[in-house]
Each structure stands twice: as C-alpha cells, then as structure tokens.
Design a protein around this ligand. Structure first.
Ligand code: ADP
Ligand code: MG
Length: 293
C-alpha cells in the first residue's frame, strides 16, 4: 500500500468536509453494507419548526403569528422558539410583552399591544373560558395523532388559532439516502421516538427499515445485533446517546453539528452536518482504495 494515496484520500476528505481519524478507517468503509441513521439531529434538524397554522373563521393569520410570536419570544421552551422564529421571519420585528407569565406545564400568558394573549395547551385557554371551535379542535387532534405537537392561541376572551410544531427532515436527507442506496447500502432508521413518528420520517426520506422506541442505552445492542446477522455496519449519529453505538459500529460517522462525545467516539466526522457527505465519504474511501490496489 502506498501511504501517499491514503494521505491524498484524507486530504481530499478535509476539502469535502470530512474529518478522518486515521487512514485505516478507509479500509472499513469498503466493506460496509448497512447504514444505521439516528433520526433526531441526523436525518431531521433536531429542533422544532412551525409547520402548520390554523386560524378560526375571521381571524388573520399574520396577526395570530405576530401576537403569539411576541409572547413566545419571552419563553425558552422549544415550542416557543419555533413560534417566535416563524413569526419574526414572516411578520418582522415583534412587539414587546408586558406581564409575561410562564404557567408551568400549560403555556404562557402576557399582554401584547394591549391584548391579553395566551399560548399553550387548550386547558390553559379553557381556564379563561376560551374554548376551541370544532374545526380547530379537529386540527389539533389530527396533528397529535401524527405525532406532532399542537398548541392553542387566544386573546381577549377568544380562542383564535392552533399552531403545529414538529422536528422537520433536513432538506438534504432524501437525496443522501438515494446516494447511499446507489452505493449499494441499505439504510436503517434508528430512534427512541415512537413508531408513528419514525415511520413518517422514514417514508419521507425513503427508508424501509425502521427500529423505533429504542432506549438510549440499547442503541449499541441494535448495532451488535445487525453485526451478528453478518452485516457490516456504518452508524451515523450526533448525540451523547449515540456514542456507544458509534464506537461499536464498523464505521462510526458523527455529525459535526453534534456533541463532542459523539465526535470523539466516531471514525469520521461530517463537518457540516449534511448527510450527503456520508455518501461522499464512502465514495471517496472506495476510490482511494481502488487507487492503491
Ligand atoms: P414538554 O416540554 O415535555 O411538553 P412542558 O411541561 O414543558 O412539557 O410543557 C407541557 C405542555 O405545555 C407543552 O407540550 C405545551 O403544550 C404547553 N407549553 C408549555 N410551555 C409552552 C410555551 N412556551 N408555549 C406553548 N405551549 C407551551
Ligand atoms: Mg419541557
């Protein structure tokens, strides 16, 4: 083997946004036939985004977002950050809030532009006699059935909207899965999340094999079990929870946007957190090895 070719491979890797622990990593890459992908933060963004806004008859969507967004801007909750971000993006600078109160486990309340605004569970609004009209109730239930989180918005004595937030799939994930398949690899989605959410994410990006409701400590056993079936496994993850599985895998790939623990436990780091680079890494390794032989 020529060390020079290996070094060229690793240098090119750095250009593509791949950090490689050592040249020996390239060898394991060649045999990989299965790619296990952690869901949250790897296939998905790993943070909540506002995905649906449903307003009651006669309500103005922009006004709902402006008032709800202003109130949520004062809260640290992941739901609140999704709503505030969406509001700032669509309606511009948000008005100030007076008398902000966090009602533990229920939602938030405060005064925005002279309106007493509530955002949270329907139960919070009901405490102020604000009841959701049937059509909004239906949207709320449909979202929850799909494994998403829905909250209600009301002000001045009236329930006005339902907002749905979800962790969304990264725009590059479906293309990455296509490329991995083209390289002859079988993708497997691994998650602690429930089966319904996992199946819908898998369908969106084109993965057939789903292993859901796996406790953090059991992820490593999933990798071991696949290896016991004779598969050579690459694992892509980003979290503290993924470290043991990344180390157990024949090839561990960490998202550079993830935790230090995950990066430490892996063979390769995808600097930009773009899953397409996992396919680049495998292609590059194969090409580099072909040059050597
Ligand atoms: P979790 O974060 O696990 O959902 P919390 O106790 O933080 O538990 O919140 C419970 C529920 O209360 C949330 O699912 C949401 O419906 C509502 N809630 C809490 N804080 C907010 C907020 N800032 N904005 C909207 N809804 C909220
Ligand atoms: Mg919480």
């Amino acid at each position: 083997a020529t060390p020079t070719a290996l070094l060229v491979g690793t240098g090119r890797g750095a250009q593509l946004g791949i950090l490689i622990k050592g040249p020996e990593v390239l060898e394991s890459t060649r045999r990989v036939d299965t790619v296990v992908l952690d869901k949250t933060g790897t296939v998905t963004e790993g943070r909540m985004t506002l995905v649906e806004t449903h307003v009651a008859d006669g309500e103005d969507e922009a006004e709902v977002l402006r008032l709800a967004g202003a109130l949520e801007h004062a809260s640290e909750h992941p739901i609140a950050q999704a709503v505030a971000r969406a509001a700032a993006d669509t309606t511009g600078p948000l008005p100030a809030v007076e008398g902000f109160t966090n009602v533990e486990g229920l939602g938030v309340q405060g005064v925005v532009d002279g309106h007493a605004v509530l955002v949270g569970r329907p139960k919070l609004l009901a405490e102020w006699s604000q009841h959701l009209p049937v059509e909004l109730e239906r949207h709320l239930e449909a979202a929850q059935a799909a494994g998403r989180t829905a909250v209600a918005v009301g002000w001045d004595g009236k329930a006005r909207a339902v907002l749905v937030v979800a962790d969304v799939v990264k725009p590059t994930s479906a293309e990455a899965i296509r490329q991995l398949r083209a390289l002859g690899l079988t993708p497997v989605l691994l998650t602690g999340d429930n089966e319904a959410v996992a199946r819908s994410v898998a369908a969106e990006v084109g993965i057939d094999e789903v292993i859901a409701e796996v406790l953090p400590a059991d992820k490593v056993d999933v990798v071991k079990k696949l290896q016991a079936e004779g598969r050579t496994v690459a694992m892509v993850g980003d979290g503290v929870n993924d470290a043991a599985a990344l180390a157990q895998a024949d090839l561990g790939l960490a998202m550079g946007t993830g935790t230090d623990v995950a990066i430490e436990a892996s063979d390769l780091t995808l600097v930009r957190g773009d899953l397409r680079v996992a396919a680049d890494a495998i292609r590059l390794s194969r090409r580099t090895l072909a040059t050597i032989k």
